[in-house]
Ligand binder design. Structure first.
Ligand SMILES: Nc1ncnc2c1ncn2[C@@H]1O[C@H](COP(=O)(O)OP(=O)(O)O)[C@@H](O)[C@H]1O
Ligand SMILES: [Mg+2]
Length: 308
């Protein structure tokens, strides 16, 4: 008689449990986890996350960034570490450390090349992030910023659910009136997840012509502040459009360090100070229970990891 068959569903659930335990353990030395959310893509969520990371690091905090946007993992590019690989260690894999001292974990470090198209099927995406989280050795951090997948759908939801104890969320929006609906969705998303909203950041708010000094409000003016007031959440500040932000990161440099006098750089620092004030004063420390199983498993191609 053959031995009892192993039920693949039970095996799968066991595997998820195992990974969840590893995630809790790997993240146990992180003081504050802050998720960055946007109602939709293209509003500058990754750019804002990366630069806030730099601003927090300049304020003396130990910072990590989890690039959880599997479709467009862009944090490594913004922070000048695109094309790097995560090194292996006996405990797991080590995040890549940027020149600003920020630890970054991203799917970008694990996919073969830019030219390789990856077709992620829904459940596999979630599993890939879970595997990544279970592997990454963050060590001690003051802040882990999480660049969530865009929108407020299943993908963002699954990532939030697999991370133990997120302290707060930041919503990035554009200054147009059309943002009202997407910000509203993001606020209710955070409430549903029982994660406190730290506030709203308005990105791409106006462009000041360096020659004339005149400011053009290309995507509208002031809607971010108005919307935040309407929703009863704090307005953290606005980041103007500044081509130097992308230009600096294309050179692998930190925009804030290179152009400290730029209004956008000052804004990032001010917003980081507000976040520090809110988070470190002990607000928003709510424990959540998380679990969500998905029907498929995915193993990262760990052959791509540099042996270290
Ligand atoms: N304040 C800004 N000034 C100049 N360019 C910006 C600004 N915010 C975003 N961008 C540019 O807009 C594009 C989209 O930003 P990104 O952070 O990738 O958006 P998201 O992560 O929301 O999809 C990028 O090319 C980025 O460099
Ligand atoms: Mg992005």
């Amino acid at each position: 008689m053959s031995a009892q068959r192993r039920d693949p569903r039970i095996e799968h659930l066991k595997r998820i449990q195992e990974l969840n335990r590893a995630i809790v353990e790997k993240m146990s030395k992180i003081r504050y986890k802050v998720a960055v959310l946007s109602g939709k893509g293209g509003v500058g969520k990754s750019l804002v996350t990366a630069n806030l990371g730099v601003a927090l690091a300049l304020k003396g905090r130990k910072v990590g960034i989890l690039d959880a946007d599997i479709h467009g993992p862009s944090v490594p590019k913004i922070l000048g570490v695109h094309g790097y690989t995560m090194a292996g260690s006996p405990e797991g894999v080590l995040p890549v450390t940027t020149p600003h001292g920020i630890k970054v974990a991203s799917m970008d470090f694990l996919v073969p090349s830019e030219e390789t198209p990856i077709v992620w099927r829904g459940p596999i995406k979630t599993s890939a992030i879970r595997e990544l989280l279970a592997l990454v050795v963050w060590g001690e951090l003051d802040y882990l910023l999480i660049d969530l997948p865009p929108g407020t759908g299943d993908e963002a939801l699954s990532v939030v659910q697999m991370i133990p104890k997120i302290h707060g969320t930041i919503i990035v929006t554009m200054p147009s009136d059309l943002s009202r609906i997407v910000v509203k969705k993001a606020v209710s998303f955070a409430k549903r997840m029982a994660v406190p909203v730290l506030g709203v950041i308005e990105n791409m708010s106006g462009f000041t012509c360096p020659e004339s000094g005149k400011t053009y409000y290309i995507f509208g003016k002031g809607a971010g502040r108005k919307i935040a007031e309407e929703m009863g959440v704090e307005f953290l500040g606005e980041i103007p459009l500044d081509p130097r932000i992308t230009e600096a990161s294309d050179r692998g440099k930190s925009f804030i360090a290179e152009y400290p006098e730029a209004p956008a750089a000052k804004s990032f620092i001010e917003i980081a100070e507000k976040i520090i004030g809110k988070v470190e004063s002990g607000g928003g420390d709510e424990e959540r229970t998380t679990e969500g199983g998905e029907p498929m498993s995915f193993r990262l191609n760990t052959d791509l990891l540099k042996k270290g």
